[in-house]
Design a protein around this ligand. Structure first.
Ligand code: ASP
Ligand code: MG
Length: 400
């Protein structure tokens, strides 16, 4: 079998952890598998590098920023290879340039275009464990790029896809994907399986276990993913295409407290107003999430939407500068709580049940949005954990 194993920062955070990872990889290697290892920078080293850069220049050129950030991963792959050598196992570390992992040119948020597999295959043929830097790539100018924070997951999936690996294991410091954040919902349970689509919604909603682009890639290329802990031998969660999932209608509850609600009251009720408003925001790269438009009355209408807390003031400024309206109100004290489940598509009453849980807990819903496999409500941020627990209980997610 060809196995790609990715380990996050905490999994390689110190000497003992590095040897722990080395041993886990060597076990697969000794069982006759080809092993490709993808690593993140040690611990919070990427943050250390960012601070280092900002001390020299608070507004560092993006190219140079990627130049320094890629050193974090280069450090961990070299140390891992040395650890394996000390254990008598042949290994080789490779960075993005050596592999070559080709990306788009955008610094700090590049996308993988293509991965050359020749070098990796050659090293595997020589019976080496191949250890590759996560998070980084090379663009058409032969410069280093990075894939965005948390991007090592995406590197691992892209390599697994390029090599047609039999599986791609993402090792982290939690046991897998949970029905809810166990720190907020004590009864949360680890899921054995989730579908790509569910995982994509959960990753986008900030469940924090996987980089969402890694899930997109896995779905596109049918890479079978396993999310598991590097600190124990528990089974983890399998992410795959699937129809017969655990007969659960809802798989999980997620919350995002980084949300703000902007309400624009008394806009003109005529064609092109929504276009003008959202186009102005898009031009400044403000991502809009939920949108609500009222029925027009007396030639006026209201539009409310959500964005991140950070973007809210800029959004207000842009609207004040470019739109005609009566009033604008920004509320940063809101959060989004969502339920996700592939089974929703074929089951009626799922949203109603979620709303009932909130009603029972006396929590007011400010906005609602849905997709085929997700229902999201906007509520007062103070009620976030209470809402998560109420919904988790209502759907009985703690029990199989
Ligand atoms: N080291 C990078 C980060 O901290 C990439 C990763 O860990 O996935 O964002
Ligand atoms: Mg991560």
């Amino acid at each position: 079998m060809l196995i790609v194993k990715k380990f996050g920062g905490t999994s390689v955070g110190n000497r003992d952890r590095i040897f722990n990872v080395a041993n886990r990889c060597i076990e697969d290697y000794k069982n006759g598998n080809d092993v490709v290892v993808v690593l993140s920078a040690m611990g919070k080293y990427t943050d250390v590098l960012i601070d280092m850069a900002k001390e020299i220049n608070p507004n560092p050129p993006k190219r140079e920023m990627d130049m320094i950030l890629t050193t974090g991963e280069q450090q961990s792959v070299a140390l891992m290879s040395m650890a394996m050598a000390s254990l008598g196992v042949p290994a080789v570390s490779l960075n993005a340039y050596q592999v070559a992992m080709h990306t788009t040119s955008v610094y700090s948020n590049a996308r993988i275009k293509r991965i050359d597999t020749e070098r990796i295959r050659n090293e595997l043929e020589q019976h080496k464990i191949v250890i590759v830097t996560g998070f980084q790539g090379v663009n058409k100018f032969d410069d280093y790029t990075t894939l965005g924070r948390g991007g090592s997951d995406t590197t691992a999936v892209a390599i697994a896809a390029a090599l047609h690996a039999d599986k791609c294991e993402i090792y982290t410091d939690v046991d897998g994907v949970y029905t809810a954040d166990p720190r907020k919902v004590p009864g949360a349970r680890k899921l054995d399986q989730v579908t790509y689509d569910e995982m994509l919604e959960l990753a986008t909603l900030g469940a924090g276990v996987l980089h969402n682009r890694s899930v997109e890639l896995a779905k596109k290329y049918g890479v079978r993913l396993v999310v598991r802990s590097s600190l124990n031998n528990n089974e983890g969660t399998v992410v795959r295409e699937g129809t017969k999932m655990e007969k659960m209608i809802v798989s999980g509850v997620a919350a995002d407290t980084d949300a703000a609600r902007v309400a624009v009251i008394g806009l003109k009720d005529e064609p092109g107003v929504a276009f003008k408003l959202f186009n102005a925001l898009a031009k400044q790269n403000i991502n809009i999430d939920m949108i609500l438009q009222s029925i027009g009355r007396h030639g006026k209408k209201d539009i409310s939407f959500t964005c991140t807390d950070e973007d809210a003031d800029l959004a207000k400024q842009i609207i004040e500068d470019q739109m005609e309206f009566e009033e604008i109100d920004v509320d940063k004290g809101v959060s989004k709580v969502s339920i996700v489940g592939a089974g929703m598509q074929t089951n009626a009453g799922v949203a109603a049940k979620m709303f009932e849980a909130l009603y029972d807990a006396n929590i007011n819903i400010r906005m609602i949005s849905t997709s085929e496999i997700r229902v999201t409500v906007l509520i007062n941020e103070k009620n976030t954990e209470r809402a998560m627990n109420a919904i988790h209980d209502k759907f009985n997610l703690g029990n199989e």
